[in-house]
Design a protein around this ligand. Structure first.
Ligand code: WT7
Length: 631
């Protein structure tokens, strides 16, 4: 287990040491874990292939560091307080001993179904205990999990299952979200019509709704575990074996499968959890993220459990039965550490302070924010109304590809500045570069955020397509990992993330590529061409604005809009629905045919009088039309 840094002075020394001798620094951290065999060499790397390996030759199983370790030391400590969507339904408290047993049993089920080390297993489930158990059971037997957020459509699921050539899918009959009950298994059935590699589907019971079960493929979770032989002997894995794939969107093409490997991911998630949150014995941690996103992987499943923490896992949504739900959960479990997203804060703010005043929130010690830049208004509201000006807010910057938090205050240690992610964690070496790739030295500079040295949980590859990993992250600037974010370093050396500089839109902390949404829009039969941009949105951070050219048709604009939305819901999921769709007769293009997104962004922002130079446009008239029709 990682011992956290205790003071700012110690942070400064640790940071210096981690730069002076990274291998020594990470050797010391990695030595805090259970390995089946110690590593021979700490690090080999280059950012040109790219090829990064940590703890080379080390053998381990990450679940031994979670389950065997804490089930032996603190068997009766609660690992997960599971809170139902329905506040009147009793939750479940799962101790480390019980978690160990349940994971070993379910790992036995996976083995019995013929799933082996290295096989890919897709998991599409609501936030029920079986989801955490499923993830850990895969890791126990060395299968590579690919969790797909349970809001994606059948078509998006099929794409991911096929890309990973998954042999099994773990799911549930249905799910509860607020007042809704959602047919999960039916969606999987639809998806799997397009997937040939899946031989086994395991179905956990949640809603009790009737579902179709396909003979020889589908099995009920309950029945399967009844006959399983538990896997008490965890599979021996190599440090650089993949632990999981998680799909995320980029500027171009379909979402790509980010691959993380076991040793480095384990060391870095535990390390960053311990240091950023300063979790202490007796504390209760609550991360509101879904396990379907990287935050749920690193700071719900792996980081906290590696450190033997007690945490809350919540099935439902922040506004059910009312907008005080998070606060009521905090009081109910005496939560000390609360980690959420700016979009949730902004949304809950809008329900008024009386929703908060009913609750004491006096157990809270540390607040955290993740997923997008937190604006000052939200920061101050969080600080005053939730933290009662008594809790540090850790604004944690990181990405699916980084595996763990790279730039963040350490709670109660790093002096805070609202809306600044502040300083890099030990071992993290950020650089800012200008458009030409020149490194900007010194303070008071702004540029594109890159990393010049690997940290243990850096992305290793994009599944099945290493070239894409190289092109996306390691080719823009030679020998640097490029994050895609713009960033400012102030006079004190503090970092402030300015947002994406590429064609990625961050809606409520969820990432979409403009190209991905455009291709879903273009599937609607009347659409000729479309262009999607992000624009500032009060609650979501960014909203999606789509400009669409349609063929001549009898359909009116409302009908076209509805069909376009249907196409997006079908191909990606409701989370990718544009906020605004403007039907246009043309798009502003340069003579070489490139869409001038700068102009479209300005119009979407409502900044109609500062469109800049439009003289190079093929058809400047179109800009006038777009301005007139702006929504
Ligand atoms: C992008 C990564 C990291 C887990 C959730 C999102 C933005 C993330 C912050 C922050 C400003 C942030 C960046 C980044 N982002 N955290 N604290 N301040 N921006 O993971 O889906 O991979 O998205 O989210 O733009 O590149 P993701």
């Amino acid at each position: 287990m990682i011992k956290a840094i205790q003071s700012f002075d110690e942070y400064t020394r640790a940071y210096a040491a981690s730069i002076a001798d990274p291998e020594k620094y990470w050797d010391d951290q990695a030595a805090q874990f259970i390995w089946k065999k110690k590593w021979d060499k700490t690090l080999e790397w280059n950012f040109s292939d790219p090829d990064v390996k940590w703890f080379i030759g080390g053998k381990l199983n990450i679940t031994e560091n979670i389950l065997d370790r804490h089930a032996t030391k603190t068997p009766d400590k609660v690992a997960i307080h599971w809170e139902s969507n329905n506040p009147d339904e009793a939750g479940k408290d799962i101790t480390y001993k019980q978690l160990y047993e349940q994971v070993c049993v379910f790992a036995g089920v996976l083995k019995q179904k013929g799933i082996k080390k290295g096989d890919r297993v897709c998991i599409y489930m609501p936030m029920i205990p079986e989801l955490a158990i499923a993830v850990l059971a895969c890791a126990r037997i060395g299968a590579i999990h690919s969790v797909i957020f349970a809001g994606f459509s059948a078509s998006a699921v099929a794409d991911r299952v096929n890309d990973a050539k998954a042999v099994a899918v773990l799911t549930s009959d249905g799910s509860f979200r607020g007042t809704k009950s959602i047919a999960v298994k039916a969606l999987i059935d639809e998806a799997l019509q397009q997937c040939e590699t899946v031989k086994t589907v395991l179905v956990a019971k949640r809603t009790g709704d009737a579902v179709a079960m396909k003979d020889g493929r589908d099995y009920w979770w309950d029945e399967a575990i009844a006959g399983a032989t538990p896997v008490y002997e965890a599979e021996e894995m190599d440090s650089e074996d993949p632990l999981f794939i998680l799909y995320t969107s980029g500027s171009t093409g379909k979402p790509k499968g980010v691959v993380h490997t076991i040793g480095g991911y384990m060391v870095y998630t535990a390390f960053s959890f311990a240091n950023v949150f300063q979790y202490n014995e007796g504390d209760v941690y609550f991360c509101t993220a879904d396990i379907g996103w990287i935050t749920g992987h690193s700071y719900l499943v792996y980081g906290p459990l590696l450190q033997g923490a007690t945490q809350v896992m919540f099935e439902g949504i922040p506004t059910y039965p009312d907008a005080g739900r998070f606060w009521s959960i905090i009081d109910k479990y005496a939560v000390t550490h609360f980690y959420t997203a700016p979009t949730a804060i902004r949304s809950l703010m809008s329900f008024g302070d009386t929703m908060v005043e009913k609750y004491s929130l006096k157990s809270l010690k540390v607040l955290g924010s993740v997923g997008e830049p937190i604006n000052e208004e939200a920061w101050h509201w969080f600080n005053e109304h939730i933290g009662k000006k008594n809790c540090p807010i850790v604004d944690t910057w990181w990405q699916t590809e980084t595996g763990g938090i790279l730039i963040s205050p350490l709670a109660s240690i790093t002096p805070l500045v609202p809306s600044y992610a502040t300083l890099p964690l030990p071992g993290v070496q950020p650089v800012l570069v200008d458009a030409n790739g020149t490194v900007l030295e010194g303070n008071n500079v702004e540029g594109n955020l890159c990393m010049k040295f690997p940290w243990p949980s850096i992305i290793r590859t994009t599944y099945g397509d290493h070239e894409r990993c190289k092109q996306t992250y390691f080719s823009t600037y030679p020998n640097l990992y490029f994050t895609g974010d713009g960033c400012k370093r102030d006079e004190k050396g503090y970092y402030r993330i300015m947002g994406r500089v590429d064609d990625v839109i961050n809606v409520s902390g969820h990432r979409f590529g403009t190209a991905e949404i455009e291709s879903a829009i273009n599937e609607q039969a009347d659409v000729i061409e479309s262009a999607v941009v992000g624009y500032p949105h009060e609650v979501k951070g960014q909203g999606i604005y789509a400009y669409v050219i349609c063929d001549k048709t009898d359909k009116n604009e409302d009908q076209l809009r509805k069909e376009i939305l249907d196409s997006i819901v079908k191909l990606i999921g409701p989370i990718a629905k544009p906020d605004k769709i403007q039907i246009v007769t043309g798009l502003p293009k340069t003579r070489s045919g490139k869409i001038m997104r700068r102009i479209l962004r300005k119009v979407a922002e409502g900044d109609l009088n500062n469109l800049g130079d439009t003289s190079t446009l093929l058809d400047p008239e179109i800009v006038e039309e777009i301005k007139k029709g702006a929504l």
